[in-house]
Design a protein around this ligand. Structure first.
Ligand code: ADP
Ligand code: MG
Length: 590
């Protein structure tokens, strides 16, 4: 025992491995001549208040225990006699079933309602709002009784064509909707109203940039919602949702009103017969406690699962990275298609009353590098978003390699493309955002592989191998397993560039890629873009880095108040601007 103590230093003493064993406590009282703090003994701080409160707490627990277990009127022998009896267990089973089905149906319907509520359609949002308004207002007990009496209102329920006599099948309402069905329907309808608001809150809590990035990658709507938005929304949905489930588990007890023998109704039936009210109520109470404890345990596990990318869990993963980095050290080239030629012809765009682009025309030849400069609010981002069809043009046309953006030409007619076609064309255009917009719940590797897997259907292993190559290209091989929040801004933006490249776009749009970066990180991102500029892809870069624009761009475009004021080679724009407004702008920023 003594040797054990001598070998193991108490954890709070940070003694270097080479330090001599601890001296006995006696010598520590006389400080050594040198100020070697590691030799001192640590006396933990004392909190008398905390100690007193702990003692008081213990006393209360003992007192409660004695009163609950010492008082024979609680009837613990009767409790023990009934706790595992068949009727109680059958009632418990029904309670669990109602909770499970109510949660499942309620969450499904709630998700649909929440998505309807945030959808673009006014009608859907209105229907969803009305549903929530109605079912949150009607007390659950009233709803249950109404459903149970549905047979009085409608004798039969039939499947047929409304407003005609055509009927394919018909059932008697009372046989179709018995007490159990009424309970399930009532609980689910009620649950859906509340959970839809919780889910909507979660959806709203996800940064708008996440959806925009997903859309820019051409992810189908379903993927945007179920792979990008909802997983991130889960973090704020879960605590509230579990509250709801726990409430539901307890609220199932109101179905006793339908004489449905779930747990609570069962114990009522029993205590009416034997008059052991308290012990039987305790039977129900303890079972509810067990259910809720189990639910809380599940909640913890589920929350941990959806905390991806938000906690410090990346540490353990990042260890495996070094090997991957070595494996992919082979020389690489940018994996590109030939750059696309972009033609912007007489494009105009308004938001409501405000016209933000006026008759903009611009040609970007295949493989060219164009820099757009101009004040904030001059319409630069809007122009990029039009090229990617994240916004729709009001007038004029944009084509890439002759293909219209957003429309299909047929004779004199332009047919608006449906969403899947828009998304497919969008994959030819990569976009890099000012605020990176990496998917926060996915690792770096998953961020890059996402679009190839979800849009192109490339096998995951192959997509990840390509992602590693791209990562090596932007100098981040060792970050493959990291989550975005574990990276610096410059690293995040380099990953975002790799992600935009993963679909091998013909055109790459950069919207102020370095504006959100600390000055010392700007260079690393610009270096990556400079390399890209020699790759043959067509680049369009909105930037405030004038030196960079001058060095890299073939053409510099100056925009002001929604118009292209001047475009030309960098030498001309920066040294001999033709327009006074260009000169004025440059005099401010150079
Ligand atoms: P820049 O990128 O040059 O700073 P933007 O293209 O972002 O300029 O914006 C141009 C103008 O359009 C601004 O006045 C801005 O307020 C307006 N605007 C941009 N997007 C929207 C939108 N979705 N709804 C309404 N107004 C918008
Ligand atoms: Mg902008």
């Amino acid at each position: 025992m003594t040797t054990l103590l001598a070998d193991t230093a108490p954890p709070e003493l940070h003694i270097p491995a080479a330090a001599p064993p601890l001296p006995p406590a006696k010598t520590a009282q006389t400080p050594p001549a040198t100020q070697d703090w590691t030799q001192r003994r640590i006396i933990p701080a004392r909190y008398p208040g905390r100690t007193a409160a702990t003692v008081l707490g213990a006393l209360i627990i003992v007192a409660v225990g004695v009163s609950v277990f010492g008082n024979p009127r609680w009837g613990w022998p009767v409790f023990a006699q009934w706790f595992f009896t068949e009727p109680v267990l059958v009632g418990l089973g029904r309670t669990l079933l109602l909770t499970a089905v109510g949660t499942l149906l309620g969450s499904l319907l709630g998700t649909v309602l929440a998505l309807a509520r945030v959808s673009g359609s006014k009608l859907l949002a209105g229907v969803s709002w009305s549903y929530i308004w109605l079912f949150r207002s009607v007390p659950l007990i009233v709803l249950l009784l109404l459903l149970n009496n549905l047979g009085y209102l409608y004798e039969t329920i039939s499947l047929g064509v409304p407003l005609t006599n055509i009927s394919f099948a018909s059932w008697s309402t009372t046989t179709l909707i018995g007490p159990f069905a009424a309970a399930v329907i009532g609980l689910s309808l009620n649950q859906a109203a509340f959970s839809s608001e919780i889910i909507r809150g979660g959806i709203l809590s996800v940064d708008h940039g996440q959806r925009e990035a997903a859309a820019a990658l051409g992810l189908p709507r379903r993927r945007q919602v179920f792979n990008i938005i909802l997983p991130q929304a889960m973090r704020s949905i879960l605590p509230a949702a579990f509250n709801e489930i726990i409430n539901l588990a307890k609220n199932t007890s109101v179905v006793y009103i339908l004489a449905l023998p779930e747990l609570f109704y069962t114990v009522q039936v029993i205590y009416r017969r034997n008059l052991d009210v308290v012990p039987l109520l305790m039977v129900a109470t303890v079972w509810y406690l067990i259910i809720l404890t189990a639910l809380s345990a599940v909640q913890q596990r589920v929350e941990r699962r959806f905390a991806r990318g938000a906690g410090a869990e990346g540490k353990s993963r990042s260890r495996s990275i070094v090997q991957h980095a070595k494996a992919s050290a082979a020389p690489l080239s940018w994996p590109f298609a030939r750059g696309g030629a972009v033609d912007i012809e007489h494009v105009s765009k308004s938001f409501g009353e405000v016209q933000v682009l006026h008759d903009v025309s611009l040609s970007l030849p295949s493989g060219s590098v164009t820099a757009i400069i101009g004040q904030s609010g001059s319409g630069k981002s809007t122009l990029l978003r039009l090229i990617n069809h994240l916004e729709r043009v009001d007038g004029g046309l944009i084509t890439i390699d002759g293909d219209l953006i957003g429309y299909r030409a047929q004779g004199d007619l332009l047919h608006e493309l449906k969403e899947p076609d828009v998304l497919r064309r969008r994959t030819g255009v990569g976009m890099v955002f000012q605020s990176f917009n990496l998917f926060k719940h996915l690792t770096v590797l998953e961020n890059i592989a996402a679009a190839p897997v979800w849009v192109r259907g490339i096998p995951r292993a192959q997509a990840e191998a390509q992602a590693r190559e791209l990562l090596a290209r932007v100098g981040l091989s060792d970050k493959a397993e990291a989550y975005p929040r574990q990276l610096s801004g410059g690293q995040q933006q380099r990953v975002a560039i790799a992600r935009a490249l993963a679909l091998r776009p013909k055109v790459l749009l950069f919207d102020e890629p370095t504006s959100a970066l600390d000055p010392e990180l700007v260079g690393e991102v610009l270096d990556v873009i400079k390399e890209l500029a020699r790759s043959g892809t067509t680049l369009l870069i909105v930037t405030h880095e004038m030196g960079f624009a001058r060095e890299v761009a073939d053409t510099v475009v100056f925009m002001d108040q929604g118009r292209i004021v001047e475009a030309g080679p960098p030498e001309q724009i920066f040294t001999h601007p033709r327009q006074p407004r260009t000169a004025e702008f440059l005099s401010k920023v150079l």
